[in-house]
Design a protein around this ligand. Structure first.
Ligand code: ATP
Ligand code: MG
Length: 561
């Protein structure tokens, strides 16, 4: 890493500095610590790429640690989903860990704290404790239970553990400093009573350790060298260090917490709690709905792990919170799919074209290149016949010179096929065009080598042969929120900005080669965008998602610059 040409981000600088000051490289260890209370989202992807990326750069192990200290909200379903997402992003953890595996150790350490006079059982209501907390400018007030004897504390803590008390009746607090300028140091709670079964420890425990007490000690147990978290934990660092001081043995690695900025993506929300609200209220069809900014939603939408990694890499690691435009992510998706996605033809808003001089009942199978960006992708056959579909918007009876598509009396090339000329059209009583009559130039077949096949015409259209076309359900997506930053309005709830038109379901007509397409397959529908096969696809129904459009507005902005 030290000699890598790429410039280092400030997190990498911290690691480099430690190595320079003598920290042994072989002792580097990182972790990604999700709480299994929801599915991972694009913000987490930044943290995953950061931590696992460091692991790869320094050839150091990275643990996947589930921070599972709140049985009320955590579930095995989320654990499984998180593992799947991290793997899919392309990363391998060294060991799979659970904070709940450390419950006994954490309890034993808490007992030691009591014995050393550094923790006590409080039995005031949470309202009373809140009142005593003080304000940032006003010192707190000590609890009347703060100076209980060690023996009484030990007895009460054990009773808490044994389930003798009701939820909310007692807590264990660290005895630190009620006058500290850091409110978090004012005798923070380290254990609370919860009579709830845990997804891993079941009913073994009815007291559960608080996040602050658990996180740093878990880092220490695992000998994590650098514990990177988001900025909201900056104030917690003092407490993290205080807790470490209580258990630290100087022959061991002492974990170091450092903070970086949360990543927010425009036109969406990145908070598991808010995403859960979208799922629970039925606004989306589950955590993996393709409109969701979850990793599983993006996967179902057809985003590739490469593009998400490239996105995380490009936006980098920041020191201040900021909003990243979702078009930057879409740019990466398009960029990657352009290289790998096979090209196919499908018509989503069809109008019938009859080629009057093409023999009735005849069909021919034409060669079509799979990917102009990739020679190794080969070619396939597509059927041509007398009746085809083109997009409605690709035909006008009359249009100005800038309209390079089909108009009466003018020619266009059908992609991979012939040049056709529009001769006339038929309309219904409302004036809608129902059929276009064309003639074709039999000598103009693409790739046939004739003079006519090389003839240049201005426009090229995609099309499908009607009798061969596959009907498919195609799901088109728009932004999930109408506002760029829906959860930052003081007077409005983010749910007020949900876009009511974020999903449109239509029927598309696709070339027959797509018959064999499998869930997850990605492709470009030529001139329309990138699409993928949805897992709802079955024997008798093809379902596609639109991943992203072809238009590259971001790149245009870049070019101008
Ligand atoms: P949420 O508010 O979505 O529940 P969280 O921080 O509570 O997020 P955790 O499961 O605790 O979720 O997060 C695991 C790790 O991912 C933490 O280190 C956290 O700091 C990091 N992380 C979470 N959200 C983001 C984000 N938007 N950008 C960068 N890192 C994030
Ligand atoms: Mg959290």
């Amino acid at each position: 890493m030290s000699d890598a040409p790429k410039s280092l981000n400030f997190i990498e600088h911290i690691v480099e500095e430690d190595l320079k000051n003598g920290f042994p490289k072989e002792d580097l260890r990182f972790r990604f610590p999700p709480e299994p209370n929801g599915y991972l989202h694009i913000g987490h992807a930044s943290s995953i790429c950061l931590n696992f990326g460091l692991g790869l750069s320094y050839n150091a192990p990275v643990n996947l640690r589930f921070d599972d200290t709140n049985p009320a909200k955590e579930e095995q379903e989320f654990v499984d989903a998180i593992k799947k997402d991290v793997e899919w992003l392309g990363y391998q953890w060294d060991t799979e860990r659970y904070a709940s595996d450390y419950f006994q150790q954490l309890y034993d350490w808490a007992v030691n704290l009591i014995k050393e006079g550094k923790a006590y059982v409080d039995e005031q209501s949470s309202e009373e404790m809140a009142k005593q907390k003080g304000t940032p400018t006003e010192a707190g007030v000590e609890s009347p239970y703060r100076n209980r004897s060690v023996d009484e504390n030990l007895r009460l803590f054990e009773a808490m553990k044994n389930g003798d008390f009701k939820e909310g009746s007692h807590v264990l607090r660290a005895k630190i400093d009620m006058t500290s300028s850091n409110m978090l140091m004012r005798d923070p709670i380290i254990y609370r009573i919860l009579h709830k079964a845990h997804h891993r420890t079941n009913t073994d425990w009815c007291i559960y350790p608080m996040y602050d007490w658990t996180h740093g000690e878990s880092d220490y147990i695992e000998q994590v060298s650098h514990s990177f978290c988001t900025l909201e934990f900056a104030m917690h660092r003092e407490l993290y260090d205080w807790f470490l001081d209580q258990v630290y043995d100087s022959t061991k690695v002492r974990p170091k917490q450092r903070e970086f900025a949360r990543r927010n993506l425009s036109h969406t929300v990145v908070s598991k709690r808010k995403l859960a609200q979208l799922v629970e209220s039925g606004i989306v069809n589950g955590w993996d709905d393709p409109r969701m900014p979850t990793i599983s939603g993006l996967r179902r939408r057809g985003y590739s792990p490469e593009s998400i990694r490239n996105f995380a890499d490009t936006i980098g690691i920041a020191k201040r919170d900021n909003l990243i435009d979702v078009s930057l992510l879409e740019f990466q998706v398009r960029n990657h799919l352009n290289k790998v996605a096979p090209r196919v033809m499908g018509v989503l808003d069809p109008v019938k074209v009859v080629i009057t001089n093409y023999p009735e009942g005849e069909e021919e199978w034409l060669d079509a290149e799979n990917n102009p960006e990739d020679d190794s992708a080969g070619s396939r056959k597509i059927p041509f016949s007398k009746e085809i579909y083109i997009e409605k918007e690709d035909f006008r009876e009359e249009a100005n010179k800038k309209f390079f598509r089909l108009k009466l009396g003018k020619e266009v090339r059908l992609k991979n096929a012939y040049i056709i000329k529009a001769e006339s059209c038929t309309k219904d009583t409302d004036g809608n065009i129902t059929e276009i009559q064309c003639t074709y130039d039999p000598k103009s077949k693409s790739g046939s080598g004739t003079e006519e096949s090389l003839r240049k015409v201005k426009g090229t259209l995609h099309w499908v042969s009607i009798s061969h076309a596959l009907e498919a359900e195609v799901r088109l997506y728009d932004r999930l929120f109408t506002d760029e930053s829906p959860d930052t309005h003081k007077d409005k709830d983010f749910m007020e900005f949900v876009n009511p038109n974020s999903l449109e379901v239509i029927t598309g007509f696709l070339e027959p080669s797509l018959k064999e397409a499998k869930a997850g397959d990605q492709m470009q529908f030529q001139r329309l965008g990138y699409f993928c096969v949805d897992p709802d696809t079955s024997e008798d129904k093809l379902v596609f998602n639109k991943t992203v459009g072809l238009r590259d507005t971001w790149a245009k902005i870049e070019e101008k610059k």
